[in-house]
Design a protein around this ligand. Structure first.
Ligand code: SF4
Length: 320
């Protein structure tokens, strides 16, 4: 693996582009959460596929698909990031999160599970907490059954499972995630089996656009607030999102704004996290399922990477 470019700020987030021996380009990144030092919380986000076959209209990773990364190729990304700071593979961070959420739907790649099985013995990292973020494709039953077993064996209380739902309206969910998926019933049933005492709740992710339909009554019909947690993130201004005329309901520049959606979800008994990264983090696109190389391809030269990965940001009103 040859790292060919990087951008960002060491004290917030840095994204790396690397060329693999098969000439495919991948991206991966690390971030910290100011004001906390790396020893408190350190987050790595790695790619699991070369592109993604799902082609969600909010995500630039779906512009192409060239196959799966091997276990070794996934570890190359993690090892590279770890060696930069902890060459002895001893990671002291209280929370050392590894998210399989950059390019690619992770449940399409069984090698992700092989990585999960090896992680605890490969690094000395008492704060290790892996995170799988998935759109719950219907062909991924085997992946999720084995994941449940791995969580039980290695990660009780230390695993984050997230399902990206994005809408409670079936038609809209199909538009936003154009693949055959688990129904809400099936996600709810699996979540109830996954969550055991002491575990972290299963997260339902939403990146709402201005037009998104998110009905707390529909959620309550399926998802028990004792088992499920809700995370709301801004919809990133990727090229595909802009092309699809999808603009974020959440203003990433206003962390303290009140949103009716969040109030109604909390009113329904859910714990809700509004997760907004640092603005520098948003600029380099350190969120799930983006693909910064597309930005580079469009850039006149690589200097543009340092200016950020955002397309034109829409004007936001103060409150929603
Ligand atoms: S959001 Fe995730 S599932 Fe959708 S295209 Fe991007 S990487 Fe694939």
């Amino acid at each position: 693996m040859k790292v060919i470019s990087s951008a960002g700020q060491e004290n917030i987030a840095t994204v790396f582009l690397a060329q693999m021996p098969n000439n495919n380009i991948i991206e991966f990144l690390e971030s910290v959460q100011p004001p906390y030092p790396r020893e408190k919380k350190w987050v790595l986000i790695v790619s699991t596929l070369y592109g993604c076959p799902i082609k969600c209209p909010i995500c630039d990773a779906g512009g192409f698909y060239k196959g799966k990364l091997s276990k070794d190729e996934i570890f190359k990304q993690i090892d590279f990031l770890v060696k930069r700071h902890y060459p002895d593979f001893c990671i002291p961070a209280d929370k050392f999160k590894i998210q399989f959420a950059r390019m690619g739907e992770p449940s399409f790649n069984m090698a992700v599970l092989d990585v999960l099985e090896e992680l605890p013995s490969r690094y000395q990292a008492p704060g290790l907490m892996p995170c799988i973020s998935s759109v719950a494709p219907s062909v991924s039953d085997k992946f999720f059954e084995r994941l449940l077993d791995i969580k039980e064996r290695y990660y009780r209380g230390k695993f984050q499972l997230q399902f990206s739902i994005h809408s409670t309206d079936e038609k809209e969910r199909d538009f936003l995630i154009p693949v055959k998926k688990w129904s809400f019933e099936k996600i709810a049933e699996y979540g109830a089996r996954f969550f055991k005492e002491g575990d972290r709740k299963v997260t339902l992710n939403f990146a709402p656009s201005e037009k998104s339909i998110i009905d707390v009554k529909v959620l309550k019909n399926h998802f028990d607030p004792k088992l499920f947690f809700i995370k709301i993130t801004p919809l990133n201004p990727t090229y595909r999102a802009e092309k699809s005329r999808l603009f974020s309901y959440i203003n990433p520049d206003l962390k303290d704004s009140k949103y009716d959606l969040i109030e109604s979800l909390r009113g329904g008994g859910y714990e809700v996290l509004l997760s907004i990264g640092e603005s520098a983090e948003n600029q380099i696109g350190s969120n799930c399922g983006q693909y910064i190389t597309q930005h580079l391809n469009k850039a006149e030269d690589q200097c543009r990477l340092a200016d950020g990965y955002n397309c034109k940001l829409r004007e936001y009103s103060e409150t929603k």
